[in-house]
Design a protein around this ligand. Sequence first.
Ligand code: C2E
Ligand code: CA
Ligand code: CA
Length: 794
Amino acid sequence: MGPSALVARFSPAVPEAMAGRVRMEQVQAILRLTPVMMGANILIASLVSLTSIGSANALPLSVWAMIVNGYALLGLYGWFSARRRKTGKASVSARGVNRLVLQAGLLGVMWGVLPALTFRESGNANPMLVASVIAGMIGCGGFAMLTLPAAVIAYSTPMVVGSLIMLVTSHDPILQALAGLLVFCHLVVSASCLSHAHIFVERLVASDELEKQKQVVSLLLSDFEEGASDWLWEVDAHGALTYVSDRMAAAAGVDKELLIGRPMSSLCGAAEGGPSGAVAALSALFGEQKTFRDIVVSVPVAGETHWWSLAAKPVLDLDGHFIGFRGVGADITRAREDQARISRLAHYDVLTQLPNRLSFLQALGRAWTEHGQPKPEGAGGKGCAVLCLDLDHFKGVNDSLGHPIGDELLIQASARLKACVGEAGLVSRLGGDEFAVVVAPSPGHAALGELAQSIVATLSRPYDVRGHNVLIGASIGIAVAPLHADDPDGLLKNADLALYGAKGDGRGAYRFFETAMDVWAQERRALEMDLRDALAKDELKLFFQPLIGASENEITGFEALLRWQHPRRGLVAPADFVEHAEQWGLIGKIGEWVLMEACRTAATWPAHMTVAVNLSPNQFASGHLVAQVRKALKSSGLAPERLELEITEGLLLHDSARTLKQLADLKALGVKIAMDDFGTGYSSLAYLWRFPFDKIKIDRSFVAEMQDNAAIADILRTITLLGQTLNLKVTAEGVETPSQARLLADMRCDTFQGFLYGRPMPVGDIPSFLMSDLARRMRRVESDDATAEAVTGG
Ligand code: C2E
Ligand code: CA
Ligand code: CA
């Protein structure tokens, strides 16, 4: 068996990539003991040679000893020069190992011939001595070449074989027993070498693996520290920092060296002191020695408060003893600020900075659980209260002075409201000009009434808004729990109902909730349900009221006026439901139906007669109006100039650019536009310049008053004059008496509308109305003719 085969056979399996390094370690371990080994060889060979002096073997033994010593010295020399070279090589080739095995084998062979040289002598003493020397050399070599079993075997086998030949052939049972012992010694040494070599290699492989892992981990760590926003830290068992990454030092604004040794908690701000602060929390966590995450602490950095999020795991030593924590940290200040901002946006009204509806509902929920629920007798629950409040005349200010002024007014009013309520309750803005106050615990009816009164008084004082002197008021509805409601929603709803009641009482008032208000609300709800079905159930009807030409007294057309024929309520007037239809978003559909129906009816009338249709501002808001008008004209076949659309000034107050565009589109279709209820609005004249109306309709309140009030008569005269100047037709509404008609005719009104000429009538009555009018006119023509005949004939 050659050395390489021997090596291969008696070496533990080694990963290919590591073979060179393993060989290196093996050889080095052997080289370390080379001087001892060679020294022992020289010593023992010399002793053996010395003991033989005077015997027959003296000569061959001294020659043998010289050869062994020479070889050992050569080995020592090789060792010295190898040390001096110090190549720093990290691996040894297989050939290098083979050479070593060969050298060991050669040395073994030298010792193996020793028995042959000595046993020629008679007696047992010498063979026994030699056998023990050989056993000693095997042990010595086995120890020196522990890491390389192949070398041990190559070294010891020739010695054992040489000794065995001599001992077994001696026929002396003691020596033969010694041979057995020697074989046993050889086997034990070889086996332990093999097992040690296995352990040696395994340990090497394991340490290599560990090294690789370390490298990967440190690579990952440096990657992490460079790239991530998080950082690393370590503390000892007492919470003092033992490792701080550069990023953490930078985040703390403190030198890394100054941080090491400092307790982690000493970085926290003063605000974190105290039993519930972060310092106590951190030491508790460290004390528990458990993994933690998302612990947020505040840290003062360069005069600013930063927020860190910490997570860590306990570190244990090899014996499982706790030695500290290792963890990560991140500066979450920005995220926290963003979160706070978002939360503020979600809970506060941007304009007035008051809590918003959401906060109000939360506060109400809290007040309810703490004070609102009915308490058992004697439990002393004082209840809680909600005040619903809205500003009187705010809409008017907003419309007439513009939104910026309106916003400023809201800000001022909010500030007054907050100051007035103070600690008594939580003020929120629910939206628009609506506010609410939660009062918990309730101070009782009388005190709530006083609070409401002082709020009304405060909000009703004049405001100076960018130089405008503005006056508004406030109305307040109050509901108290548990008396007025069974749950928070009910409490708010009933406070709102009380607010309606307060407004009904005249503005600038407050009212407590009463059960009757709930009845009223239920009625409203019922009305809403009915109205939603009215169109589908064909309950809406159009009535028509005639318009009369002032000069000829002829019927020039009719105004379409909506009625609701309700099975239980009877004939409902538009004043009682049109506003609701607008509020509940039903006017779009209803208005479309009115347009279709009016045009369809008018198409059956004599071709010179017009039909007037009232439009609600909401119909403009929808954006579908122009298309609806076009459709109504087309499907009825009515000539566009026979359709008159009546709008009120209120329409022009909002978003007038969009409205004016739609009005222009309508005019482009060929329909006429009339300004209804003229004189009742805000600054009527301005609108007359801005849009080319075809007609103005003087509100009937003027007509009713003109005979008792000279000033009103003057206004009417001015309006008709204005109409003539602007080339507008002027219609007077609400003409009830012949004297009114005469006066208005003198003022040169163009058309009259009123009970004097005809009340709004159902469609079915129109033919007979037209017929009787025709008959009346015919009669008049006949009598005129008769008069003329009498004059001419007479
Ligand atoms: P308006 O446009 O000013 O309609 C004229 C109202 O005055 C009608 O009331 C009519 O019945 C009433 N009236 C006419 N002549 C006299 C009179 O000599 N004396 C008195 N005291 N009253 C007279 P009505 O039909 O109750 O309509 C009320 C309001 O409802 C209308 O006022 C109009 O603004 C609105 N409206 C009516 N129909 C519609 C509609 O189809 N759509 C929209 N959006 N509003 C409508
Ligand atoms: Ca009208
Ligand atoms: Ca009118």
